[in-house]
Design a protein around this ligand. Structure first.
Ligand code: KIV
Ligand code: ZN
Length: 388
């Protein structure tokens, strides 16, 4: 397969901001938007302007300051939503309206209480109306993950004719297995007339912990845009995590995909989002968690000290983490103790190391982590007693 550039559509400031308790003010949103621009995302979805005057203002202000990234606003397939979204992004250098409607039986019959025919009509009308404001119109088929492929193909073909430039296939409830989501994208690619001329986008939720896997499966089967959020935040269990998707596409060289992301900014943008949204990142989170490049067991530490690649598939510098860390706990070995002691300026012989190690273990058994301060005390005291 040829080398393919995958577009990163960040929705941290829209789907991500829907997390209860994570609402941001305009100033905070602008700060994150500028960081996302520096990160190199292709599109940033920055709000749902009809939802509140505050959100409208944020989208409007972000549109004024962002120069290199396409700014997108969400709307339902409702005329006034679309008009307000268009007003909010009026000042954006490059803009997009994201509009759509539920397509699964549950959405059509239970939520919207209508018919499939009416849903197609509303989708087409929404795209046509959005096109009167902007050239770039993305259509989402909400709950596409649980929508019959045949109906999905019908509505997508109609919205392409109406002018949609991007088709979003959300697994809104995080229901699909990776191969099922991939087959859905493949089916659409092969059965929707005109789809080769538009962008297919993934938008996967994480209810079963499959959002990243499903996004990659979508890409392998023809999607060229991935919707995701920093730290994987979003409704319920969240969205596909931007840093995971980007690093998978970068690390798995045999897939021959790439993104325009400046990966060295990943850690700092993750920290910024976590801080502003007051949402801690779990320590074992892939790529950006505090333990993502930390090694604590003796066997792993020995391997990493000899060659980092023994237990690391990513160079931490590539994602903006200054170095791998050797954490000292009661599970650590002599190699790690020697390594950390040397960094603090203590060179010890083999016999001295044995002495230090025994004392180290008795400290480590009483503490979760042995710190530099503990080590300085340990090495100094033992050195004194050895020489004194
Ligand atoms: O999950 C979803 O279906 C969405 C749409 C509004 C795009 O967030
Ligand atoms: Zn969503």
């Amino acid at each position: 397969m040829p080398n393919k550039r995958i577009q990163i559509f960040d929705t941290t400031l829209r789907d991500g901001e829907q997390v209860p308790g994570c609402q941001l003010n305009t100033k905070e949103k602008i700060e994150i938007a500028l960081a996302l621009e520096a990160l190199g995302v292709d599109v940033m979805e920055v709000g749902f302007p009809i939802s509140s005057p505050g959100d409208f203002k944020s989208v409007q202000e972000i549109s004024k300051v962002i120069k290199n990234t396409r700014v997108c606003a969400l709307s339902r397939a409702v005329k006034n939503d679309i008009k307000v979204a268009a007003e909010a992004i009026e000042d954006a250098k490059n803009s997009r309206i994201h509009t759509g409607i539920g397509t699964s039986d549950s959405h059509v019959f239970d939520k919207l209480r209508t018919t499939r025919e009416k849903v197609v009509e509303r989708g087409v009308a929404a795209v046509k109306y959005a096109k009167t404001f902007v050239e770039d119109v993305e259509f989402y088929a909400e709950d596409a993950g649980r929508t019959e492929n045949e109906f999905l193909a019908i509505i997508l073909e109609e919205v392409i004719k109406a002018g949609a430039t991007v088709l979003n296939i959300p697994d809104t409830t995080g229901y699909c297995m990776p191969w099922v989501y991939g087959e859905k994208i493949k089916y659409l690619y092969e059965n929707v007339k005109g789809i080769q001329n538009v962008t297919i986008s993934t938008h996967c939720h994480n209810d079963l912990g499959l959002a990243t896997a499903n996004s990659i499966s979508g890409v392998v089967n023809g999607a060229t845009q991935v919707e995701c959020t920093m730290n994987g935040i979003g409704e319920r269990a969240g969205n596909a995590s931007l840093e995971e998707v980007v690093m998978i596409l970068r690390q798995q060289k045999s897939l021959e995909y790439d993104t325009g992301i400046n990966t060295r900014c990943l850690k700092s943008v993750s920290e910024l989002v976590s801080e502003k949204m007051k949402m801690p990142v779990q320590a074992n989170k892939a790529i950006v968690g505090a333990n993502a490049f930390a090694h604590s067991s003796g066997i792993h530490q020995d391997g990493v000290i000899k060659n980092r690649e023994t237990y690391e598939i990513i160079d931490p510098l590539e994602v903006g983490v200054s170095e791998s860390s050797i954490v000292l706990t009661a599970r650590s070995g002599r190699a790690a103790l020697k390594f950390r002691g040397k960094r603090l300026g203590f060179e010890v012989s083999k016999n001295e190391l044995e002495e230090h190690y025994k004392r180290f273990l008795s400290i480590a058994d009483t503490k979760k982590v042995v710190t530099d301060k503990d080590l300085i005390q340990l090495f100094s005291q033992t050195s004194d007693s050895l020489t004194g």
